[in-house]
Design a protein around this ligand. Structure first.
Ligand SMILES: [Zn+2]
Length: 250
């Protein structure tokens, strides 16, 4: 079984030409679990696969990560084969924020008769959850208010940092099996996001080697990060993953 991570967007909230930060874990070349759903990211997703995401994990509710939800609602609600079927895994503390940001519009259909979440199968998750027989883990990261942004781990395979400041202590625990680490990183950090100086100061070389950087400010910044010897993702790029280490069905 082949596993890969495909980036749909790699830019920060202002770098729309790079797409909103979003990626899909692929299994045997097919989309398996998509991480976040911003507007530009969703457009890139549809261009790549020609169909809406099959399953979603939501890291946090900044709009560059969830603004594609309204389009997903329309496409899922009006398709009887898909209405209410798409799993949307949401860390439980994020769920009220997700509802406030995308679900709480009065009378989602002008003609009435529908609730926003009728279109999806929302699954609040804790520290671990199962998707199609495979176990994944979540962990709170450091992005704005505590407990509002989460990373995702496919043990032995992938850690997706989500938007975060450096988290060396958390990655020592949650990326301890040689996972590829897709990490928020710009040329310059700020109170919301990691910069390359931050990561090079706080992460051991072995961990930096495993990082693929995304969430940067523009193509020139991507080149500058590459010139420092770092792996930097571009839109639609895929990275091979090792098979998950645990939780696979027999
Ligand atoms: Zn954010």
């Amino acid at each position: 079984m082949d596993w890969a991570l495909r980036f749909h967007g790699v830019g920060n909230a202002s770098a729309v030409e790079l797409g909103s930060p979003m990626a899909t874990i692929e299994r045997d070349g097919a989309p398996w679990l998509t991480i976040d759903c911003g507007s530009e990211g969703l457009t890139a997703y549809l261009a790549r696969y020609g169909e809406p995401p099959r399953a979603l994990f939501v890291t946090h509710t900044h709009l560059d990560h969830v603004s594609g939800f309204e389009r997903l609602f329309v496409s899922a609600y009006f398709d009887p084969a898909r209405r209410g079927r798409m799993p949307v895994y949401v860390p439980a503390p994020v769920l009220p924020l997700l509802h406030q940001r995308v679900g709480d519009y009065p009378n989602v259909l002008a003609e009435g008769g529908a609730n926003f979440w009728d279109a999806f199968r929302v699954i609040p998750v804790g520290a671990a959850f199962w998707h199609e027989g495979v176990r994944l883990e979540t962990f709170a990261v450091r992005h704005h208010w505590p407990g509002t942004a989460f990373g995702l781990r496919l043990p032995g395979s992938l850690v997706w940092s989500g938007d975060t400041r450096p988290i060396p202590d958390l990655l020592a625990r949650h990326a301890a099996e040689g996972e590829l680490v897709a990490h928020d990183c710009a040329l310059r950090g700020n109170p919301s996001h990691s910069g390359i100086d931050d990561l090079e100061r706080e992460y051991p070389p072995e961990l930096l080697e495993r990082c693929v950087l995304y969430h940067y400010a523009g193509a020139a910044d991507g080149e500058a990060l590459r010139a420092r010897g770092r792996r930097v993702a571009v839109p639609d790029q895929a990275f091979a993953l090792r098979a998950p280490s645990a939780g696979l069905p027999a």
